[in-house]
Write a new protein. Structure first.
Length: 442
């Protein structure tokens, strides 16, 4: 007999923060050491990014099918499959990295891990938004996502530091521990995560191709064909084209600038990145109280991030490069939850998981192009050149955000952390509850 589904916003938020925090903790154990792990297995820097590119390929290929599963069988089923698939892919990754590293096996396991993450992407966010709406939550989504980012940042802090310290003993240990934590998380989610505010529906195997075709058409019609969503997705595509590469490029780059092969330093830097992201998350709530638009925060976030990332490749010194990278991550910490809240306000409940999966798919298209192109730049030239070129490319998100701003959508206006209208609304300007669903063309 399964426990009674949650019905109180506080309980829903507690489960969301716990699930997302533990998931991030398990995933982040390898984030600070992954590039070093592959280099130690005998791969070149270009091969490292080829393997990482296949992770993005896996996510791109499976976003729509797993989005269909989340929108039919339910968000809970999708998350449970994520933990099992990611654990299996992680253990296979360790097997493929036995020296000399087997690039085809590592690439295949990267695709499997990409599949694991697609079961997660969109599904948990969709579960949260629908469950809160069903429970009568009156607050805004911006602070909720920001607080979730803060919790995930704290988990990433613990995971990356722990992964770096364990990597000093043996670089494979963080991977094995990650798989074990994911299996424990499966058990926790099985008993605590229940679909609320959304009713799963049965689907036969023969109906899958037809449903996928309809879902892809719906994603294009509601997602890419809707001006507000299109600009948000274009922003994600541009920024992730670099960020997917930049996150895995910094460990060897920073250690080279430091002049020491110390794995624990990567763990410390990864921890600082977590703190910077958490600081950005913490500022969202304060900024949301001020009179302003979401596009204002997104524009500042994109501009500051682009300038700082270009600086990472120019300064040619350890601490200045690390500091600029932290500035970029803090800016992303502000922009990410604001973008999440904006996107969710433009999507109806029955399409929420599919559209967020489609958004993630486009981001991974950018990641494939960015990791392949900038991986070649790093091999033929230098990682520093990759930061300059990639950082400059992210500045293209700024024109996309001006296009979004010109739409003058009601969802652009920020609300305070209590869900009450901001000072702008008090002056007669439009403001809405963050859980009110707008029609796509409004």
């Amino acid at each position: 007999m399964q426990p009674k589904p949650l019905a109180q916003p506080r309980q829903i938020l507690r489960v969301y923060f716990t699930i997302s925090g533990l998931y991030t903790l398990s995933a982040s154990l390898i984030w600070g050491v992954n590039t070093l792990f592959l280099l130690a297995a005998g791969l070149t820097i270009f091969q490292v990014f080829v393997v990482n590119t296949f992770f993005s390929v896996g996510m791109m290929l499976f976003e729509i099918p797993t989005g269909l599963l989340a929108d039919t069988r339910g968000r809970r089923a999708s998350f449970l499959l994520s933990t099992i698939t990611l654990a299996a892919g992680t253990l296979g990754y360790v097997f493929g990295a036995q020296p000399p590293g087997n690039v085809p096996v590592l690439s295949l396991m990267s695709i499997v891990m990409g599949l694991g993450f697609t079961f997660y992407s969109g599904a948990v966010e969709a579960w949260l938004v629908d469950a809160l709406k069903a429970a009568g939550f009156a607050g805004g989504l911006d602070p909720v996502f920001a607080r979730g980012g803060f919790v995930s940042g704290a988990a990433m802090l613990a995971g990356t530091v722990g992964g770096g310290l364990l990597g000093e003993i043996h670089l494979a240990i963080p991977y094995v521990l990650r798989a074990a934590l994911l299996l424990l998380l499966f058990g926790l989610a099985y008993f605590s995560l229940h679909d609320l505010g959304y009713r799963p529906r049965a689907i036969t195997l023969s109906a899958v191709p037809r449903e996928m075709q309809a879902l892809a058409r719906s994603s294009l019609q509601v997602g890419w064909a809707t001006p507000g969503l299109r600009w948000l997705m274009l922003m994600g595509l541009i920024q992730n084209g670099f960020l997917y590469w930049g996150f895995y490029a910094w460990p060897p780059y920073f250690l080279n600038l430091l002049g020491r092969e110390a794995v624990w330093v990567s763990g410390v830097v990864a921890a600082l990145i977590s703190l910077a992201t958490m600081a950005g998350n913490a500022w969202v709530e304060r900024l949301a109280r001020l009179c302003g638009k979401r596009t204002t925060l997104l524009l500042w976030s994109a501009a500051v991030s682009a300038i700082a990332l270009v600086g990472v490749g120019i300064v040619n010194s350890f601490w200045p490069a690390v500091s600029l990278f932290l500035v970029a991550m803090a800016a992303q910490g502000v922009g990410t939850p604001v973008r999440q809240a904006y996107l969710h306000q433009l999507v109806a409940s029955e399409q929420r998981a599919a559209i967020t999966s489609f958004d993630s798919m486009l981001a991974n298209v950018g990641g494939i192009v960015g990791q392949t192109g900038l991986g070649y730049v790093a091999q033929a030239g230098s990682i520093a050149a990759g930061y300059v070129i990639g950082g400059a490319a992210t500045a293209l998100a700024v024109p996309a955000l001006f296009g979004l701003r010109r739409l003058r959508q009601a969802a652009d206006w920020l609300t305070g952390q209590t869900g009450k209208p901001s000072a702008c609304a008090a002056q007669g300007l439009p403001a809405i509850s963050s859980l009110d669903t707008l029609q796509p063309n409004e």
